[in-house]
Design a protein around this ligand. Structure first.
Ligand code: ZN
Length: 151
């Protein structure tokens, strides 16, 4: 695939140490287009759209954020907790503006899956269909994410 200069810049942005210390690609050597396409196909077989996933993550994030301190239990089996950090995160796809640097931890007590995400993850899933590369700290594998959110 021929890369435009802008795509090249986005790919650079995703590497460790450019926009965030650990980057967005982890040990994944694939182009971000390929990561996105593979995850999109996978998500489709799971029967969810990225909007549904992002909406669900946003609703849980809002609930966790409004709990202020400590964790809150939702729907009897979801424990969410919001941890805030100073600073802002920037979208590697070169969107203007910043995203709050907090992180949400979700524990699903039905299947014992625990995972965590940032507000930027929600944005990248909704707008770009990007779940990050394999081995990336905040990679949200669609399989695991769907189970955690919807089981
Ligand atoms: Zn963006």
């Amino acid at each position: 695939m021929k890369e435009t200069p802008q795509e090249k810049r986005i790919h650079e942005n995703m590497k460790a140490g450019v926009m965030c210390a650990k980057g967005f690609l982890g040990s994944d050597t694939r182009h971000f287009h390929e990561i996105i396409e593979t995850d999109a196909a996978h998500l489709q077989t799971l029967g969810y759209t990225r909007e549904e996933v992002a909406d669900r993550m946003q609703a849980l994030t809002n609930a966790a954020f409004e709990a202020f301190m400590g964790s809150i239990t939702l729907e009897e089996h979801l424990i969410v907790e919001y941890t805030s950090f100073r600073g802002k995160l920037t979208c590697p796809f070169a969107h203007p503006g910043g995203f709050r640097k907090g992180s949400v931890t979700l524990q699903n007590t039905r299947n014992n899956i625990t995972l965590c995400w940032t507000p930027l993850n929600i944005h990248m899933i909704r707008e770009h269909g990007f779940f990050e590369g394999h081995g990336s700290e905040h990679r949200l594998d669609p399989d695991i994410l769907i189970k955690a959110l919807f089981n």
